[in-house]
Every structure is written in structure tokens, then in C-alpha cells.
Write a protein that binds this ligand. Structure first.
Ligand SMILES: Nc1ncnc2c1ncn2[C@@H]1O[C@H](COP(=O)(O)OS(=O)(=O)O)[C@@H](OP(=O)(O)O)[C@H]1O
Length: 285
């Protein structure tokens, strides 16, 4: 949608009939992000980014940048990071999303070094559902590459008990990762978006995000419609509609209800710790 309106990540080109002043054209530059969606992986980060992009004062980096979490990128420095950003006019907000930031230990300090005032968005989702979604993506990648795979139960359970070493399980321990961010940033600088609510009804979550980002309210309920074929909300802007691609909202890999219950029981305590940290609770399993 944004690409249609503002030329995506290239400088806008203006036709002679409707060109704005050359000074506003010259002011178009790539700027460092004023807000970053830091995670969680499979939490709805792409949906949140695309939905924020409906706002006329927001431009987003289309691809995940992985600047703060990939050493090779980080070594390239801020000039490289800026070069990954879209062109914006003064006053517009640049937003990027890289879900891998949330669980990577070095990232909070790196982000602070870039800009201690940057606003952080964290979209969370039921950690058990998130884990299954995480596994489903890995499975999909392995199947596409004709690689062998293990079932989710094989990975998740050892002698019938939850294996705490499973990486996708660790990524769902939100309190552990958030604790590292809170060593660096005050909680007020981290806006928590309810990813399950964003799936059910995106507009209220977007209104809260606009408020957090000090943006005038421009996104409206008319920007969303429920697509019955996809089974998710899709975006509407300037007469164009857009659904997220098929990697978002695909059917989850099977997991027995017994194993899922174990998972829910396992997350009870970590979830409680997370709720205490953020000062609100979520209706997770
Ligand atoms: N409107 C809309 N359309 C499609 N999908 C939506 C939407 N809103 C939220 N979601 C949920 O986003 C989940 C994928 O999350 P991420 O984009 O963070 O995944 S990733 O980490 O970038 O791979 C994805 O997870 P799965 O359902 O498990 O595939 C979706 O449930």
C-alpha cells in the first residue's frame, strides 16, 4: 500500500503536474528508526508493521533488517543501518521490525547506544501458540528443502516431560528476555501490543500504538476488513486491499491435546512473572 503511495524505499518521484516544492523533495532522506518492533517472533510483527504503515506519518523498512542481532551487520555501522531505511520527509516516523531482537542478549544495549529515546513495540501472543507457530515455520522450511524433520512432540518432550532446552520453548519465556530490556530501557518506553487481540480485531490495538507513538489518530476501522477466505483481517487503503502472504496464518502443525496442556502448565509461572513485569495480564492458556 505504502509503495503505491510513497514510492516504497526509493525517493518519491513527483510528476511535473503535481510536484511539491523542491525543498520538500530535497528534505526526503533515509533516517534512523524512531520506533522498532523488537518481537516476539511469530507474535504478529509483520501484521503490526503493515498496519502502522497505513498511517500517513509512518514509513517502514519492508525487509527485516537484523542490524542489532547479527554481528556482521552491526559491524557495518549506523550508516549501513540507515541505508536500509525508507525515505521519509521531516516529521515522518521510520519504523523497522526484526523479531529476532527481543531474545538476543546483546541487542538492548546496542539499541540504546543508537538512540536512548527510541520507542519500542513488543507484540506478544499466547506463548504456547507462539511456540507451535515457531515450530510450524521451521517444519515448513525443512519440508520445502526436503530435509528430515522431527515432530513437535519429539522436540518438546523428553521422557514425557517438557524439555526446557528446546529453543522455541525458550523464545516463549517472555519474562526472561524482557528482563534484559528492562535493565536498559524503562518500561514506559516499551509498548506491549496484544498479538491475539490484533488477530481478533486490529483497530483498537492500532489506536493504542498511535497514541504511544504520539501520532495523530489517522488509522480507522475502515482500513480493515475480515477476509473470510484467509480467515484474518486484511488491509484497505486508498481503494487497494492487501492481505499478508500465505506464511502468515497458516495451519499449525499437530500437537496432542495432552502435550498442549503440559505446555500450558509449564508456561503458567513464566507468564505470571511476565504479567507482573508489564503490569497487566493476558488470557493465555
Ligand atoms: N491480519 C493478519 N493476517 C495474517 N496473520 C496475522 C494477522 N494478524 C496477526 N497475524 C499473525 O501473525 C503471525 C506471524 O507473526 P510474525 O509476522 O511476527 O512472524 S515472523 O516472526 O515475522 O515470522 C501469524 O502466525 P500464525 O497464525 O501462527 O501463522 C498470524 O497469526
Amino acid at each position: 500500500l505504502r509503495e503505491l503511495r510513497a514510492g516504497g524505499s526509493s525517493p518519491p518521484t513527483f510528476s511535473s503536474s503535481s510536484s511539491p516544492s523542491s525543498s520538500s523533495y530535497n528534505a526526503t532522506q533515509q533516517r534512523l528508526p524512531g520506533a522498532i518492533i523488537i518481537g516476539v517472533r511469530k507474535g504478529g510483527t509483520r501484521a503490526l508493521l503493515e498496519m502502522l504503515n497505513l498511517h500517513p506519518d509512518v514509513e517502514v523498512a519492508k525487509a527485516e533488517v537484523h542490524y542489532f542481532n547479527v554481528e556482521e551487520h552491526y559491524r557495518r555501522g549506523l550508516a549501513w543501518y540507515r541505508a536500509q531505511m525508507p525515505f521519509t520527509l521531516p516529521g515522518q516516523l521510520t519504523v523497522e521490525k526484526t523479531p529476532g531482537y527481543f531474545a538476543a542478549p546483546q541487542v538492548p544495549a546496542h539499541v540504546w547506544d543508537m538512540n536512548p529515546a527510541v520507542r519500542l513495540l513488543l507484540i506478544v501472543r499466547d506463548p504456547a501458540e507462539r511456540l507451535v507457530s515457531d515450530y510450524t515455520q521451521v517444519l515448513h522450511n525443512r519440508l520445502t528443502r526436503h530435509k528430515p524433520y522431527q515432530t513437535l512432540e519429539d522436540l518438546l518432550l523428553r521422557k514425557g516431560r517438557i524439555d526446557p532446552g528446546y529453543k522455541a520453548l525458550q523464545r516463549s519465556l517472555y519474562h526472561q528476555h524482557l528482563a534484559r530490556w528492562l535493565e536498559v530501557f524503562p518500561l514506559e518506553q516499551i509498548h506491549v501490543v496484544d498479538g491475539d487481540a490484533l488477530i481478533r480485531d486490529p483497530f483498537p490495538e492500532l489506536r493504542k500504538a498511535e497514541r504511544f507513538l504520539d501520532l495523530p489518530p489517522r488509522i480507522s476501522p475502515d482500513n480493515f476488513y475480515y477476509n473470510t477466505t484467509k480467515g484474518f483481517y486484511c488491509l484497505l487503503s486508498a481503494g487497494h486491499d492487501k492481505c499478508l502472504d500465505e506464511s502468515k496464518g497458516r495451519p499449525h502443525a499437530p500437537l496432542s491435546s495432552q502435550a498442549f496442556k503440559k505446555l500450558c502448565r509449564y508456561f503458567r509461572k513464566p507468564n505470571k512473572l511476565f504479567f507482573e513485569m508489564v503490569g497487566r495480564s493476558f488470557s493465555w492458556c
